[in-house]
Design a protein around this ligand. Structure first.
Ligand code: TRP
Length: 333
């Protein structure tokens, strides 16, 4: 809460290309929040370096992620859109919060366990304290709600614990945030293994549909999607492959599960997969053309980064200086 206004904050990593899972689970729904909240959307490049990045790629993806925010309809007049590393308060509050977070708490984070298994050669301390930096992101803006996908809820819960702990020692410092699963933000599963979340870092390129995939690629990937035994198009936990495709179709068309089941009654998997591919490609075509336009104007994107960072700093500075004062850091004005 800043003044009278409730705050919404979310972040997207500029690592890897964004998938329709990121789009449907999070970004597409960001726009709605700007009507009700003061909204901050951050490109979290400092989180991205918890796994090794090629510098040129990280830089390019930072521009791309911002362009994608804009292409998804986030109006920079109504939302603060910025890059994390340009606002130094994130890293500073992150350090402070490290001293209020327990080793045991971080050890329980499922994302840490997954990522350290996947990057066994680089289990660095940043990977471990990743959720603390995320807590700093959120708490700097006195955030009320955090729109995220289901996989990030555990991190937001930890953020609440950290904030409560801090507030207990130093009362009235932080607003306690709540994770908000987007109303129609669904968890999208891998096309190759529908028991697994669709992940931009999946090595199997056919498992993942990227927001920027071209039409033919999208249709081809859906054609190859793993389906289940039987032939019925029915939403059923026993049929995770078909259920995932129904979810995607529903997200892009706005049709209910029942409507979709009726629409494809008596039809085969082949027809259905083609239909899912086509609606996905149609829906993304719009975003893609706006994206290309935004990305082609680098100077404009940089101006936006600068403006966004200035806006964000104004709020971040206020919270950080309040925290520093409470902790007993000397402040000279
Ligand atoms: N950890 C988030 C993810 O990987 C990204 C993120 C960083 C974030 N800081 C955040 C999301 C703050 C919400 C709020 O998806």
């Amino acid at each position: 809460m800043f003044g009278e206004q409730k705050v919404s904050f979310s972040g997207v990593q500029p690592s890897g290309n964004l998938t329709i899972g990121n789009y449907l689970g999070a970004i597409r729904n960001f726009k709605e929040y700007s009507e009700q909240y003061k909204t901050f959307y951050c490109v979290v490049d400092e989180h991205a370096i918890t796994v090794r990045q090629v510098p040129a790629d990280l830089r390019r993806r930072t521009y791309e992620t911002l362009a994608l925010y804009l292409a998804c309809g986030l109006d920079p007049q109504k939302n603060t859109l910025y890059v994390q590393s340009m606002v130094h308060e994130h890293a500073e509050l992150g350090w402070i919060l490290n001293c209020f977070t327990m080793f045991g708490e971080l050890s329980r984070m499922t994302q840490f366990k997954d990522k350290s298994a996947r990057h066994a050669d680089n289990i660095n301390a940043g990977l471990f304290t990743y959720p603390v930096l995320m807590a700093a992101d959120i708490l700097l803006y006195q955030t009320d709600v955090v729109p995220v996908g289901i996989d990030q809820v555990q991190h937001v819960e930890l953020c609440r614990d950290i904030a409560n702990r801090f507030n207990q020692i130093y009362p009235d410092t932080f607003t306690i945030p709540t994770a908000m699963l987007a109303k129609n933000g669904k968890k999208i599963m891998s096309l190759a293994d529908p028991e697994k979340k669709m992940s931009k870092s999946d090595e199997n390129q056919n498992a993942v549909v990227y927001i920027l995939d071209d039409r033919d690629t999208i249709i081809r990937k859906f054609k190859r999607a793993v389906t289940d035994s039987g032939s019925e198009i029915r939403f059923d936990p026993q049929k995770p492959g078909v259920s995932n495709l129904i979810t995607i179709y529903s997200c892009f068309t706005g049709k209910s599960i029942e409507e979709i089941e009726r629409e494809f009654e008596g039809k085969g998997y082949g027809d259905f997969k083609l239909a899912v591919g086509e609606v996905t490609a149609d829906a993304l075509a719009d975003v893609q053309s706006r994206y290309r336009e935004f990305l082609s104007d680098k100077a404009q994107l940089e101006a936006q980064m600068k403006r966004g960072a200035e806006e964000a700093s104004y709020y971040a500075r206020r919270t950080l200086s309040k925290v520093q004062k409470k902790l007993g850091f000397v402040q000279i004005h």
